[in-house]
Design a protein around this ligand. Structure first.
Ligand code: NAD
Length: 348
């Protein structure tokens, strides 16, 4: 029996990626929709075999509690609304998969984990790259120690944006600009690769002059993370640079490049290491799978088996803590130290 999900929010990500990905899921199925546009929702419901009576509005969201087919909800709303809907979902006793960034502050993220713990429901942050096979392979290889210690991680996530009328340029709805939206992938990836938490961050923000889009949120941000092992991650993220979404790891005995690391598809992995006296450079090829379907199926398995997800709410809390330190550094122009946090369980 597949785990039934209510999809909350029918914007771009829901319509273009998530609902189609359910078609490739093995353990999950969409059983309800929550939307502000009843007509659109009825149409989408019909396309995905969802019963018309399982279409809800934001005002009557709390009625999902009465629908026993709904075991989990997938929150795909603007970031500033995640907190409210996660709290409402927990109150309805539904497990929650929440899009990234988890919230717009550490305080909100903590409130969300506490609410889900108190209600006895699972909370997972939709860090899709941690379910994507190439990213997983890079993490496995780095953690295996085969290539020695990590010296540098270079992570870049840039793209260009449209006009000023989007919620992503409103601080209240987005929480910030390029950092929480796409720079977050660089941060989350560096932490996952090393299985360590940064102890110091240093950051700079640059914004174009007189661009109405960047009155409330940043366009471009560069940040450095220093980890207890000595590894340094250099990360760059921008809403104003041609699309590039790459991850590079420089280790003692080799390097790993993952092109399109943070993209929906098109990952290309290359690996270099020394074999005897010769330098070997090889391409690594894995079977292509839909990372959104893998992510949703993981949540479904955790719900069915009563397990803690691989990317639980506490991961979102930690990323928000680091992002707040990054913003503080950019504001003050000085490095910011972070409290030493226990390293994550390396086996996860
Ligand atoms: P979007 O603007 O396309 O969709 C947002 C939806 O929320 C719309 O249907 C809109 O009608 C609805 N909404 C409800 N209340 C709203 C309000 N007060 N203001 C504005 N919209 C409101 O956005 P999106 O790109 O689908 O992003 C949704 C979430 O998914 C965000 O948290 C975003 O960070 C995340 N996202 C994740 C990925 C990923 O790769 N994992 C990719 C894109 C977006």
């Amino acid at each position: 029996e597949r785990v039934g999900f209510a999809v909350v929010g029918l914007g771009r990500l829901s319509l273009e990626e998530i609902l189609p990905a359910f078609g490739e899921c093995k353990r999950a199925r969409p059983v309800a929709l929550v939307s502000g546009s009843p007509e659109k929702a009825r149409l989408v419901a019909a396309q995905h075999g969802i019963k018309p009576e399982a279409v809800y509005g934001y005002a009557d969201f709390d009625r999902i509690a009465e629908n026993r087919e709904i075991q989990a909800v997938y929150i795909i709303l603007p970031n500033g609304l995640h907190r409210d809907y996660v709290l409402r979902a927990a109150k309805a006793r539904k497990h929650v998969l929440c899009e990234k960034p988890m919230a717009t502050s550490t305080a909100e993220a903590r409130e969300m984990t506490a609410a889900c713990d108190a209600a006895g429901v699972r909370l997972m942050v939709a860090y899709r790259c941690q379910y994507e096979p190439y990213n997983r392979e890079v993490i496995r290889l780095v953690r295996s120690g085969e290539l020695g210690a990590v010296r540098f991680i270079e992570a870049t996530n840039t793209q260009t944006m449209g006009t000023a009328d989007q919620w992503r340029f409103r601080k209240a709805l987005a929480g910030g600009g390029a950092l929480p939206d796409i720079g977050l992938y660089c941060l989350n990836s560096a932490r996952a690769l090393l299985g360590e938490e940064p102890v110091e961050v240093f950051a700079r923000i640059t914004n174009p002059k007189d661009d109405p889009r960047y009155r409330e949120v940043e366009e471009s941000i560069s940040f450095m993370l220093r980890f207890p092992s000595g590894a340094i991650a250099n990360c760059a993220s921008s809403y104003g640079a041609h699309e590039s979404k790459d991850l590079r790891v420089r280790l003692e005995k080799g390097w790993i490049d993952l092109e399109n690391a943070f993209a929906y598809e098109g990952q290309q992995m290359r690996l270099a290491h020394r074999e005897g006296k010769t330098e070997a450079v090889e391409s690594v090829r894995l079977s292509r799978e839909n990372q959104f379907a893998l992510e949703i199926d993981h949540m479904a398995a955790c719900v069915a088996q009563g397990r803690t997800p691989h990317t639980p709410g506490s991961e979102g809390v930690q990323d928000h803590q680091v992002m707040e330190a990054i913003y503080r550094s950019a504001e003050t122009g000085a490095p910011v130290s972070l409290p030493t946090v226990a390293a994550r369980d390396a086996t996860r």
